[in-house]
Each structure stands twice: as C-alpha cells, then as structure tokens.
Design a protein around this ligand. Structure first.
Ligand code: NDP
Length: 435
C-alpha cells in the first residue's frame, strides 16, 4: 500500500487476490514466509515511452506509451494493448496483475503483461490511427518478440490496429513471426480469436448454470458494452437460445424488449466495427427500442448479467437491483467490471458469480492457440479451435471448483480462480529461485 497507494485500481485488484490467497499461503508451508505475493505484485519491468505522431491537420501530437512486463515465470509476457484516454499506470498494472492469474488458469504457457496508451481513437481518421500505431510500435518493437512478450488487443485495439502494429514490427525486424495475436486470418491469425472472449464468457456461464441443472435457453440476458467482447457474447447467447435485452457504450444503453436478434446484432456489428458509430443510433433503425443516456443497463430485469465494457462499471447499488430483479448468474466479460462491494453482494446472495480472470480467459487462451499455430506454421479449423476453447473454459471452471467450493457446496469462483492461478505461478517462481 505504501508503494502503490496512488494506484487505486491496482490496489483493488491486488486486495481481491490477497484476501483469498493469503489464507491459502498461511496454510501451506511451501509458500509461507517466502514473500511470494510481495514478489508477484512488483512488475518485472515497466516501460514508458513517448509516442509522437502527426495528425491530419499537420499538428504534432504527443502521447504516452506503456508496456508492463508483469511476470514471466510460466511463459513469455502476454496481454493486450489498450488505447483509451483513461489509460495510466494504475489501470495497466491492475490489468497486468490480473493477466498473470488468468493466463495461468488457461493452462497454457503464458506469463502476464499489459500495455497501451492514453491515445483516444474516437473521432480519429483511419490514417491517423495508422500513423499512431506505427509510431507506437517504432518504440515498442525493441521490447517484445515471439519468445519475449506477445501483445494483443483490448479496448480501442481491434483487428485494424493489430494490422498496423504488426506491419511496423515486421518492417523494423525484417521477420514474420507471431509477435502479436489477433492478427488477420490471411496473415497468421486464428479462427475464433475475434469471438473467443465473448464466447468464452458465455461458455463459462453455461458451466456455472450446469451446476444448478440449468441452461442459457430461454433466459433474459443484460449485456453492457458493444465492442468486441459484448458483440460475441450476444452472438453466443442467441445461438444458445437466450434473449439479449441490452447493449451499451460510454454514452448510455439501449433496451430492446423484443430482444436483439441476429439481424439486429449484425446491424450493431456494422455500426460499431465499420461505421464506428454510437449505440444510440440503434433506436433510429429499431424505434421500438429505448436509448437511456448516461446510464448502465443493470436496472433492466434479467436472469443473467454479462458486464462486457470496462472496469468498475457495476457498483453495489447495481448489484442490489440485479438481485432484487431475480438475476441468478453474472459472468464477467470485461476485466474487474464489478466493484468489491458488488461482489460481496453477489456472494451474500449466493448467486453464480464469475470474476473476469476466469470467465474472460477464453480470449487470451485462443491467443495462446494462435501462438501455437504460428509456431507450427499450421492452421486449425474453426471447429477445432472452438472445441479447444470450450475445453479450456470447462477446465478453468473445474479448477475454480477445486479451490473454491465451500463446505456448504457454494462455489466461490473468486477464491477458486485466485488460488488456482496463484499455485502454478508461485510453484514456477519458487523453482526458479530468487530472481
Ligand atoms: P472494445 O474497445 O471493443 O469495446 C469496449 C466497449 O466498452 C465499448 O462499447 C465502449 O464504449 C465501452 N467502454 C469503454 N470504456 C468505457 C467506459 N469508461 N464507460 C462505459 N463504457 C465504456 O473493447 P473490448 O470489447 O475488447 O473490451 C471490453 C472489456 O473486455 C475490457 O474490460 C477488456 O479489458 C476486456 N477483455 C477484452 C478481451 C478481448 O479479447 N478483447 C479479453 C479479455 C478481457 P465506447 O465505444 O463509448 O468507448
């Protein structure tokens, strides 16, 4: 706390892990007295750098770039890049810390990292995005590599940005390697990678519901966000017979009581990914839906809630409203979307609650599968990747039960994910000595 007191999101993420992992450390001699958590909270390396680029008006712009190389005990650093004006060290350290546990849970050999910039992609032309990405990579390239650190996308970094970043990396290094994941299909990408985080969060919800002999079919689902994770979470819910009632962005949410069906979702994907418009435009095309400005969608009555936008978007009051409305399952697609108090409310009500580090791990897991395919110089089919994704999500669910099931039978997925993620990384760190 003394060292990181000015980094509230990072402290929040560490406290959540510490609360469940410290009691486990105290009970297990192999971890006790080795300051193992103290070592884990200190990033192995933090890189910050200047990013200068020229906008369409000819003005020189300056942004700050970051890469947090958090932990490489079980594999090369791996984690996304976020481009958003709110990006700072606290946000990226919380994301990198979570990533270490999440990557460990996937069972694939990936360490944890995260990076990005305070660059705001909103309203920028395609050429400006390209110039920024090229400028960003002209420094980042010296710190990453397929066996060192393999970045991917996150908020504000999708297929277009990964393309520009990869183009500059390849030019500077003069080599074609799997240094980034989320690549296009014709140049090293994996099938199902765009879908993987959203699909994975729904597969995880399916696994949780199965413990209650229940399914997604016929359930009313509230989703926040309308970006990559939200879009594919919605798609999978529809495929499994659920009804999607809401989507949102930072300006508000849309509520469609008739349900956002496949055709309406295709409209949203085009609106967001091609036209780069706002979710409020949905009601111009589907006037029976409502746009609620400046609010999150948690007041809409539902059985399942999937927070898929950003950190701390679901507060204690929201959790109470969801519970009062009969919500039985929350599966986080975003990273740390529920506040600590909201999680306490879910746990006290004994509903199914999955923290992002377990339920959104499908994205990075499929990135791991992309890395494997790049190394093999071989591509798996859509069915093969989806099958592996489903297996990984089921394995993460099992690991949460192993470490999180209480004597009364209630599964604390937060505790389960934290301890299962911790054990593998801690064992590797202890084996490698004090480095
Ligand atoms: P996108 O940039 O594709 O979409 C982000 C969505 O969240 C947009 O609808 C955006 O609205 C909204 N949003 C962003 N910031 C805020 C904010 N401060 N308040 C309200 N809404 C906001 O990102 P992703 O879908 O990729 O990421 C969403 C979440 O999922 C993040 O927490 C990310 O870390 C997490 N995640 C993503 C993975 C992936 O594979 N992409 C993997 C694992 C986790 P607007 O357009 O108005 O900004």
């Amino acid at each position: 706390k003394e060292r990181n007191g000015h980094e509230p999101e990072f402290l929040q993420a560490v406290e959540e892990v510490a609360e469940t992992v410290i009691p486990y450390i105290v009970e297990h001699d192999i971890y006790y007295g080795k300051n193992i958590l103290l070592r884990m909270v200190e990033p192995e390396r933090v890189i910050t750098f200047r990013v200068c680029w020229v906008d369409d008006a000819g003005e020189i712009q300056v942004n700050r770039g970051y890469r947090i190389q958090m932990n490489s005990a079980i594999g090369p650093y791996k984690g996304g890049l976020r481009f958003h004006p709110t990006v700072n060290l606290s946000i990226l350290k919380f994301l990198a810390f979570e990533q270490v546990f999440k990557n460990s849970l996937t069972t694939l050999p990936m360490g944890g990292g995260k990076g990005g910039s305070d660059f705001d992609p909103k309203g920028k032309s395609d050429n400006e995005i390209m110039r920024f990405c090229h400028a960003f990579m002209s420094e980042l390239f010296r710190h990453i590599g397929p066996n060192t650190d393999v970045p991917a996308g996150d908020i504000g970094v999708g297929a277009r940005e990964i393309g520009y970043l990869f183009g500059m990396y390849k030019k500077l290094r003069n080599e074609f390697t799997g240094v980034l994941t989320g690549k296009g299909l014709s140049w090293g990408g994996s099938l199902i990678r765009p879908e993987a985080t959203g699909y994975g969060a729904v597969y995880f919800a399916e696994n949780m519901l199965k413990t209650k002999n229940d399914t997604i079919e016929g359930k009313n689902v509230v989703i926040s966000g309308s970006g990559n994770v939200a879009q594919y979470a919605a798609e999978k819910i529809l495929q499994l017979g659920g009804k999607v009632l809401t989507l949102s962005d930072s300006s508000g949410y849309i509520y469609d009581a008739d349900g956002i069906d496949a055709e309406k979702l295709a409209y949203v994907m085009n609106l967001k990914n091609v036209k780069r418009g706002r979710i409020s435009e949905y009601v111009n095309v589907y006037p029976s839906a409502q746009f609620v400005e400046g609010k999150t969608p948690w007041g809409v009555k539902c059985d399942i809630a999937l927070p898929c936008a950003t950190q701390n978007e679901l507060h204690e009051e929201d959790a109470k409203v969801l519970l009062a409305n009969g919500c039985i399952c929350v599966s986080e697609g975003a990273n740390m979307p529920s506040t600590k108090e909201a999680i306490v409310a879910f746990h006290e009500a004994r509903i199914l609650f999955a923290p992002g580090k377990a339920s959104n791990a499908g994205g990075v897991a499929t990135s791991g599968l992309e890395m494997t395919q790049n190394s093999l110089r071989f591509n798996w089919t859509r069915e093969e990747v989806d099958k592996k994704l489903k297996e990984i999500m089921a394995n993460i669910h099992d690991a949460c039960i192993t470490y999180g099931k209480g004597e009364d039978g209630y599964i604390d997925y937060v505790k389960g994910a934290n301890i299962a993620g911790f054990v593998k990384v801690a064992d590797a760190m202890l084996a490698q000595g004090i480095v």
